[in-house]
Design a protein around this ligand. Structure first.
Ligand code: ZN
Length: 250
């Protein structure tokens, strides 16, 4: 499986800016499905934009190291454990769709369940539950996965081991291996330092923290599926950043 480039709005820079190229990659099946979801949401007037998609193993590894050494609080699994590394996960700016103070000028406020239903109808899986039961800041971006054929990996491992986290890690590992096995040239991957620097300067002020979801949920339900498989450094956006969301166009 090879990655393809996606042209989708991101949360960084000026309103309307595309998600930076280093992140804007997905597997072809995920990319095709995402384009349909985006079209459907935009037909309803929603502001569709992402904070993350593909993440290299080096980026994931660095984030995990930061977590282990206490430089960041949000849980970050080791490289090889995140569907972002397989080009099969996105982080959606959910607040810009459903949370009125964060909905950009000129965009419609949509119902959360409607948004979820659109994604699910196109084969996507939300990791966080609907309705924000863990009282996580609703402005956070949310993690959604296009598992495709690897849902079967999850199901078969779960059937055998009956442990969600084990099934989850097997699924992610299989999806990542599938990417590597296709002799993907990894052009940008060879420039990880450059790529990460670019990303971190772009993202520094507006990284969204959904790692909280992990901690809260895992502590409440031991053995549950990891709520988030993030490697991104989790820093809350500034107040000014939030304020601007409702003042600017999508
Ligand atoms: Zn994510």
């Amino acid at each position: 499986m090879k990655l393809v480039t996606i042209a989708v709005k991101g949360i960084y820079g000026r309103p309307g800016s595309l998600l930076p190229a280093s992140m804007a990659r997905l597997t072809p099946d995920a990319a095709a499905s995402l384009a349909q979801v985006e079209a459907e949401i935009e037909r309803l007037g929603g502001c569709f934009r992402l904070s993350d998609a593909y993440r290299s193993s080096a980026m994931q590894s660095r984030a995990h190291d930061d977590y282990i050494k206490g430089r960041k609080h949000a849980y970050s699994p080791p490289a090889g454990s995140s569907m972002h590394e397989a080009g099969r996960a996105i982080d959606l700016d959910l607040a810009a769709l459903i949370h009125p103070p964060s909905v950009p000028k000129g965009s419609q406020t949509l119902n959360e369940l409607k948004v979820r239903a659109i994604f699910e109808a196109h084969g996507w899986t939300f990791i966080a539950p609907a309705g924000n039961p863990h009282s996580v800041d609703v402005k956070e971006s949310w993690h959604i996965e296009f598992r495709g054929p690897f849902q079967e990996t999850y199901d078969s491992v779960f059937k055998r081991a009956n442990v969600h986290s084990k099934a989850y890690h097997s699924m992610a590992a299989a999806a990542i291996a599938d990417l590597a096995n296709d002799n993907w040239e990894g052009g940008l991957d060879g420039d990880d330092d450059e790529q990460d620097e670019g990303r971190s300067s772009l993202a520094q002020e507006s990284e969204l923290e959904d790692g909280e979801v992990v901690k809260k949920t895992n502590s409440e339900a031991p053995g549950a599926v990891p709520m988030e498989v993030h490697g991104q450094d989790a820093r809350a956006p500034s107040e000014a950043w939030y304020f601007l969301q409702g003042e600017s166009p999508c």
